[in-house]
Design a protein around this ligand. Structure first.
Ligand SMILES: *Cc1c(COP(=O)(O)O)cnc(C)c1O
Length: 429
């Protein structure tokens, strides 16, 4: 594979950008080699600056669920562009997207749009503290909630890929109200509840993508809802990744839990920067201008981003592609398991809706420490073999692969061949 132009851009990029990337997950730190530079994308495919074409299972880390440059989204964005880029005043588009989002989440009466998932979470945490008058937050190791100070402990894929325990530059005071529990371990939450009476909220990815795909056990998630309710602690579901990806709405309905505050991002912007947090009227009344919790944004509710969000969610609602995406994920799972068995490679495949990933190793993966026991060296080999065979994966063992509605029979055939060839390479046979 020729990567001459990518190499050239990487060198130049390193001069004025940090590691030539604007988000560390895009660096190829754990798989070795240098990142590919992208020229353009369409449908299920992405093309780099050397003209190499890949089936894209990164999808911008989730947002592009309709594939790249969906016709309806492109049309909506072009139309919005002609009316102006940003006003610093309210528009009808914000009301429309708010209605679509609130209708999709039972218990969500009001929503506030922001510009990223990180902003959604940091606002949701401020809101939980404002509403309860308490300060402590329980988070689970391996869950990623954006890069705000208080959430940068045991924060999953991005840090795990770089073998970082947390982040430098985070003052100890910023994390002294953060309590860490273990995913799928209700006792680890109860221990904190017994020790502290000033807990405002428990935050989690209701199904994780940031330590790879891990689902909560029924007992864990139902138990968590019950004890938070009993203790007057708010439950924050961070659905930045899962929202509108596994179902119209979020993972909450599938796993049978209803959050007090829900965080959204990724898919709701259709590839443009949008995040959101929403809750009941009662909770949202804390937010300025109705209440005393301040949170603002110059570009929040940006009209171009709102247009992309409305078009994306409307298409998802009309198409209802979720059953089909599930079937596609099941096929990919069977490709992985069949080829692994054929070549004697140990893997565990976890999937939820249109998120899937193999962990290289023997063990079942139900939490972060089990995820971390998987073999990242084999993953690195597998990653490059997949690249050579025309498939672009997230460059980390701890990151979900994302599926789009543009994966048709042709792409599935290619994926089956690529997986078989790559598994053969990692097995050394
Ligand atoms: C991606 C992600 C975030 C952060 O969103 P950004 O838009 O990258 O700031 C937060 N929480 C979860 C669960 C995510 O997957």
């Amino acid at each position: 594979m020729n990567t001459k132009n990518s190499e050239k851009l990487y060198k130049r990029g390193c001069e004025n950008l940090v590691g030539a990337v604007n988000s560390p997950v895009r660096a190829f730190a754990s798989v070795g080699g240098n990142p590919l530079f992208i020229d353009k994308a369409k449908g299920a495919y992405i093309k780099d600056v050397d003209g190499n074409k890949f089936i894209d299972l990164v999808l911008s880390y989730g947002p592009m669920i309709l594939g790249h440059r969906d016709k309806k989204v492109e049309k909506a964005v072009s139309k919005a562009l002609k009316k102006g880029y940003s006003f610093g005043a309210s528009t009808n588009a914000e009301i429309k997207l708010a209605k679509i989002v609130c209708d999709a989440f039972p218990g969500m009466d009001k929503v506030r749009f922001v510009n990223s998932g990180t902003e959604a979470v940091l606002s949701a945490i401020r809101l939980a503290r404002a509403h309860t008058g308490k300060d402590k937050i329980v988070k689970f190791s391996g869950c990623y909630h954006g890069h705000m100070d208080a959430m940068l402990v045991a924060a999953g894929s991005g840090l795990a890929t770089l073998s970082l325990p947390g982040s430098k530059g985070v003052p100890s005071q910023a994390v002294e109200n953060t309590l860490i529990a273990e995913y799928n371990n209700l006792e680890s939450v109860k221990t904190h509840f017994d020790k502290h009476d000033d807990i405002a909220a428990v935050i989690l990815e209701p199904v994780t993508g940031n330590m790879g795909v891990v689902q909560p056990s029924d007992e864990f998630i139902k138990g968590l809802r019950k004890i938070t309710e009993q203790r007057g602690v708010l439950l924050i579901c961070d659905e930045v990744m899962t929202g509108f990806r596994s179902k119209f709405g979020g993972a909450q309905e599938i796993i049978g839990v209803q959050a007090d505050i829900t965080c959204l991002g990724k898919v709701i912007g259709g590839g443009f920067p949008v995040g959101a947090y929403g809750a009941s009227d009662k909770i949202m009344h804390n937010v300025a201008p109705l209440g005393g919790m301040y949170q603002a944004g110059t570009l929040s509710g940006n009209p171009i981003a709102m247009a992309a969000g409305i078009a994306t969610l409307t298409a998802l609602k009309n198409k209802n592609p979720y059953q089909k995406l599930n079937t596609v994920a099941a096929k990919i799972e069977s490709f992985l398991l069949t080829s692994a068995k054929k070549y004697g490679v140990d893997i565990t495949v976890n999937r939820f809706g249109s998120m899937i990933n193999p962990f290289f190793g023997k063990k079942e993966v139900t939490n972060f420490s089990e995820a971390q026991s998987s073999d990242t060296e084999i993953f690195a080999k597998f990653f490059w073999a997949m690249i050579e065979n025309g498939v672009f994966l997230p460059p980390s063992q701890f990151e979900a692969w994302f599926l789009s509605t543009e994966l048709k029979d042709r792409e599935l055939e290619k994926l089956e061949l690529a997986i078989d060839a790559s598994m053969k390479i990692v097995s050394g046979s």
